[in-house]
Design a protein around this ligand. Structure first.
Ligand code: FMN
Ligand code: FE2
Ligand code: FE2
Length: 397
């Protein structure tokens, strides 16, 4: 059994990366990441679909050779120009000088800009096709999933979609490639984290892409990161559909910053009251210790969002400033929202949290707030409990 064969004529030639610590220099990779690349071997021509990160180019070349022997691929199809896939283009060109680079107008402009390559390229437009003999590639431009040039490539004869980053997740592949040959449980949390951090801002465009794919028969989705989806296509499409509509599950995320424990005490009171009100799924993050990527992943997932912080040098405690800015960038919406904070002499934190949330298009009147001076008092405790009750009521509606 060739574990790299996805279906007849279509092969996996991607690589595992278990050494890069942070994807895009920001997002931790506790289980590694893959840069997926595929060979479509038609009866006349062979296409390589997407490249890999620059330092993995030699591994990719070896994988290609294992599949197609000494021949060179006729085409390199570029679905996405982020350097985790395109970084190897210059090296691939020197390995395979006669291989034609295929991309849309925006892609080829970037190929020229990044790698200085202008010759032996083929420009394709939306719905164009490229025959390989017994298989035909078609190209479907899906802008801003998650770059302007992103497109997907489809093989009608095999119902295989090469989707670029869409439907991708973090996590290296541990032997098997296709979902039906592995336990995929560990990849799903990493799909939430991948989506919310990398693609999250572009929900509208993901929706447009999903609408465009509606008519396609899908037997395999081959994304550029993580497993090839076959048996679990419906689940994966459903996750991308829900996340891109900012649709959330029942549950509350409480994120707080705290230096000396006062704000943390407020968070604990809110959490306890939420639990007493019957909220079962409560995720708590101390923003100084949970990595932002995991916090955002939970925020994309759950309906309630409660943010708290101390005032720090007349402004917002910095880890929470980063968090609220990240929420604003990702245009998160449709959440039941509240804020809380503490100060000693001149309050700023709650005001600042609410200001950024308002910039993020949450309505001021929808943000429930509690502010505490110095230590906890009975009235503050009561206000925090009633904030939790209001959030719980909203969520139970
Ligand atoms: C470095 C530092 C700067 C602070 N700056 C302010 C400030 O500008 N205004 C204010 O009212 N309190 C300020 N505080 C006080 C804290 O906001 C207040 O004690 C808060 O309750 C601390 O919350 P925590 O125990 O959750 O860390 C500052 C505290 C520290 C340690
Ligand atoms: Fe990307
Ligand atoms: Fe990628």
């Amino acid at each position: 059994m060739n574990i790299q064969a996805i279906t007849e004529g279509i092969f996996y030639v991607g690589v595992n990366d278990r050494t890069t610590q942070k994807f895009e220099a920001m997002w931790p990779l506790p289980a590694g990441v893959t840069y997926n690349s595929y060979i479509v071997k038609g009866s006349d021509k062979t296409a390589l679909i997407d490249g890999v990160e620059v330092s993995e180019a030699c591994k990719l070349k070896k994988n290609i050779k294992d599949i197609i022997g000494c021949d060179a691929p006729d085409y390199l199809i570029i679905n996405h120009m982020e350097p985790d896939h395109s970084g190897s283009i210059g090296i691939l060109r020197s390995f395979f000088p006669n291989m034609t680079i295929v991309g849309n107008a925006k892609t080829l402009e970037m190929v020229k800009g990044f790698y200085g390559i202008e010759d032996n390229v083929l420009k394709v437009a939306d719905n164009d096709t490229l025959p390989l003999g017994d298989m035909t590639l078609s190209f479907h431009i899906t802008p801003m999933v998650h770059w302007p040039e992103t497109m997907m490539t489809y093989v009608k004869e095999k119902s295989v979609l090469f989707s670029g980053d869409a439907f991708g997740c973090f996590g290296a592949l541990n032997g098997a490639v296709v979902d039906s040959e592995m336990d995929t449980a560990s990849y799903f949390p990493e799909m939430y984290r991948y989506y919310s951090n990398i693609v999250g801002k572009y929900g509208v465009f993901v929706q447009k892409a999903l609408a465009k794919l509606k008519g396609l028969d899908l037997a395999y989705i081959c994304s550029t990161h993580g497993p090839v989806w076959h048996e679990q296509i419906a689940d994966v499409v459903d996750i991308y559909d829900r996340l891109s509509r900012y649709e959330a599950e029942s549950g509350v995320v409480i994120v707080y910053g705290s230096m000396y424990g006062n704000t943390e005490e407020m968070a604990e009171i809110i959490a306890r009251r939420l639990a007493e009100c019957g909220i079962k799924n409560i995720k708590m993050h101390n923003a100084s210790f949970s990595h932002l990527s995991y916090i955002l992943s939970d925020i994309f997932r759950y309906k309630g969002l409660i943010i708290g912080a101390p005032t720090y040098s007349n402004t917002l405690f910095p880890p929470i400033e980063s968090l609220v800015q990240a929420i604003k960038t990702r245009e998160i919406k449709n959440r039941v929202i509240a804020s809380f904070g503490s100060y000693t002499w001149a309050p700023q934190s709650v005001k600042r949290i609410n200001t950024v949330l308002e910039e993020a298009k949450f309505k001021t009147s929808d943000i429930r707030t509690v502010e505490m001076k110095q230590a906890l008092s009975e009235p503050t405790e009561q206000s925090l409990r009633s904030l939790a009750e209001t959030v719980a009521d909203e969520l139970m509606k």
